[in-house]
Design a protein around this ligand. Structure first.
Ligand SMILES: N[C@@H](CCC(=O)N[C@@H](CS)C(=O)NCC(=O)O)C(=O)O
Length: 230
């Protein structure tokens, strides 16, 4: 059976914006694995109750159910080893935490109202209540103005920029899971917002363009809230 990934969806279920789901979809494509992506809304957690927890992504591979993006990447390396390189050839747990704890919350605060506006109306109370509890303020006050956020982001992404000045991907000449981790919150913004974060000459911009084109344009061809055809 094709691998299934349960993936967080916007009101338009073709629009998928979850950074944790994106890194796993890129990891599956890295492995050359076909997968079916199943849309789930915030208030539809009963549909992933079989996984014993409430977060996405959830990966189902025949009878196996794996949760947590890091554990999914480890699972893929173990059960679908690739000859040339592994997803986690360069262990990137530090990057995993740095992205999750320092980069992603900043980006989330910049686009939090965009996310609120693009999710299903039935998801909005849950999203508002859970995020207001997490950040201790109203969504409107959590939101960081674009200019301020971009300045902060420039600083927080500087270590990544320095590496990308020296090599095309964080993984070296070819991408690996480090790239998918670091790119995933930036990819999220593309699906929900029109905010431009980087100058076209910025190594991070150039790298993101390459990530968008990977695996037949998996991310580039994925619908955004602006896609006309959906
Ligand atoms: N550590 C988990 C985090 C997963 C996570 O936080 N997923 C978010 C989507 S980006 C989620 O499911 N949120 C649902 C909710 O907040 O109710 C992983 O790496 O997979």
């Amino acid at each position: 059976m094709t691998i299934q990934i349960y993936d967080l969806a916007a009101a338009n279920s073709e629009v998928r914006f979850s950074p944790f789901c994106w890194r796993v979809k890129l990891a599956l494509a890295f492995k050359g694995l076909k997968f079916e992506s199943i849309p789930i809304r915030f208030v539809e957690k009963n549909r992933i109750a079989f996984s014993g927890q409430k977060l996405l992504p959830v990966l189902v591979d025949n009878e196996k159910v794996i949760v947590d993006s890091w554990d999914i990447a480890r699972y893929l390396d173990k059960f679908y080893p690739t000859e040339s390189n592994l997803l986690l050839e360069n262990q990137s747990k530090l990057l995993n935490y740095y992205t999750q704890l320092s980069v992603q919350p900043l980006i989330l605060k910049m686009v939090i109202l965009d996310i609120f506006n693009c999710i299903d109306v039935g998801d909005r109370d849950y999203f508002r209540t859970s995020r207001e509890a997490r950040f201790g303020n109203s969504l409107e006050l959590i939101k960081i103005p674009a200019e301020q956020g971009i300045l902060l982001l420039q600083q927080v992404l500087q270590p990544i920029r320095l590496i990308l000045q020296e090599q095309p991907f964080l993984g070296g000449n070819t991408p690996d899971y480090q790239d998918f981790i670091a790119a995933s919150p930036l990819l999220m913004t593309r699906f929900v917002s029109s905010l431009q974060f980087f100058e076209p000459t910025d190594p991070i911009f150039i790298w993101l363009e390459k990530i968008l084109d990977l695996y037949g344009g998996l991310a580039r061809n994925s619908p955004t809230i602006y896609s006309k055809e959906i």
